[in-house]
Design a protein around this ligand. Structure first.
Ligand code: ZN
Length: 74
């Protein structure tokens, strides 16, 4: 992901079509190597819901404003 493709970023919550403003970076240790980061996008209304979903499973690593998010090697 880079700055040019964040303008149409849509919230990852099921059924939500709101523009995303947060990036939730997560990792499932049963499926992913420790360095791997999956990302979910969240609108303001769903940030809390999605981050709680991930954090109660121990998956959530980071929550970053979309404007500040950059892929590790971009
Ligand atoms: Zn949403």
């Amino acid at each position: 992901m880079n700055a040019s493709d964040t303008s149409d970023a849509i919230c990852s919550a099921k059924g939500c079509r709101e523009p995303a403003v947060w990036v939730l970076a997560w990792n499932n240790p049963k499926l992913h190597t420790p360095e791997r980061r999956k990302t979910w996008l969240a609108c303001p209304a769903h940030r809390e819901y999605l981050s709680r979903f991930l954090s109660i499973r121990g998956f959530l690593k980071d929550t970053v404003p979309l404007a500040e998010w950059s892929a590790p090697d971009s």
